[in-house]
Write a protein that binds this ligand. Structure first.
Ligand SMILES: [Zn+2]
Length: 358
């Protein structure tokens, strides 16, 4: 992608990048002589960055963002999945028009939430970012939901520390030998009380957060596992604002969403692609009245190319928020600033790379 914010000296407000620059093109003395070192020190408190598949960019450049979408998902299972189940060219042919449509709708950033062992393909996402002009983020972590069908064998035997080390390594060195780095953590748990295995996944996510500053998105749905995960993180001194309660729309008791939001947790209402739009408007209105719209994220959870089906199967586009939900919200007193809070301000705050301790 021709990033609008290429890696230049304007943006090294993140310590690691300053070190990178000092180690590579710049000698320390030259770096200091130019005054470049002074810049990050001035800006470090006010600005941060996000990690896209094409590189690190300032969070300010994130702009209009869909925080939970899919390009490709393969539900074949961790024991049978393999990247030769799909051809990148075929996927690009199918998905690119939908991403181009998003560009036309004014979207700048697209977060791809397909985890490893379910069809995460960093190189494919990079090609799509290059060709669409969208800033695309992908993830590290493992998905335990649906009875552990998508967990690799070692997820059952390794400790939380060992799993976290694998995810931290992806953040530091890139995924699957591509050099492409994840921009957030994605895990998944089943509804109801957390199993010991899923408690381990959230602990591994917490450890990864403390080391990398990546935000944790967890496929969760209901309130019981949401609060159990928040509690486990709190015991590790990870602040609730490092946690996104993914698929929170599945919890019918909206007072639970409000309670979590007041603790700092991000509430993700992310199934607009295939849910009842009116239900989303109702839920958003409740959260607005409660004064917690500043903790809410929205997306479609739409897409996606399905390997094994002719031409990738049926596909849900990513435009319903713009074509149906926003017009409906406008009739209910939502203002421009509310919409930009949901699609711009909140995603930037939620996904800026930063360790958040309680
Ligand atoms: Zn999803």
């Amino acid at each position: 992608m021709k990033a609008r914010y290429p890696h230049t000296l304007i943006l090294p407000n993140f310590k690691a990048e300053v070190v990178d620059l000092m180690n590579s093109k710049w000698s320390r003395r030259r770096f200091i002589q130019t005054g470049a070192l002074a810049l990050p020190m001035i800006k470090v408190k006010s600005a941060g960055s996000i990690q896209t598949v094409t590189g690190r960019i300032p969070s300010k450049a994130m702009c209009k963002t869909l925080i939970h979408e899919h390009v490709l998902v393969d539900f074949i299972g961790a024991d049978r999945i393999s990247p030769d189940r799909w051809k990148k060219e075929d996927v690009i042919l199918k998905v690119l028009p939908y991403l181009k449509e998003l560009k036309q709708l004014g979207v700048d950033t697209f977060m791809e939430c397909t985890p490893a062992h379910l069809g995460r393909d960093p190189a494919l996402l990079k090609s799509l970012a290059d060709q669409s002009g969208l800033q695309i983020l992908t993830n590290t972590g493992y998905y335990g939901a649906v009875g552990n069908k998508y967990l690799p064998a070692w997820a059952f035997t390794e400790t939380a520390e060992q799993l976290a080390q694998r995810w931290i390594d992806e953040f530091e060195n890139g995924m699957e030998r591509t050099g492409i780095k994840p921009g957030f953590i994605k895990i998944g748990v089943d509804p109801g009380r957390l199993s010991e295995l899923h408690r381990k996944l959230i602990r591994a996510a917490g450890l990864t957060h403390l080391q990398t500053g990546l935000t944790i998105c967890s496929h969760t749905g209901m309130a019981i596992p949401a609060f159990e995960q928040i509690e486990i993180l709190s015991a590790m001194k990870v602040h609730p604002s490092a946690f996104v309660w993914t698929h929170a729309q599945n919890e019918p008791d909206h007072s639970m969403q409000i309670k979590a939001a007041r603790s700092g947790t991000w509430i993700s209402l992310d199934g607009v692609g295939w849910g009842d739009v009116k239900k989303y408007a109702d839920n958003l209105q409740t959260l607005k009245v409660a004064g917690v719209l500043n903790r809410v994220l929205i997306s479609h959870d739409a897409g996606w190319y399905k390997p094994g089906e002719p031409d990738g199967g049926s596909f849900i586009g990513y435009s319903r928020i713009f074509k149906e939900l926003i017009p409906l919200l406008n009739t209910r007193g939502f203002r421009k600033k509310d919409i930009s809070q949901l699609l711009e301000t909140n995603p930037e705050k939620a996904f800026t790379i930063q360790v958040r301790k309680s």
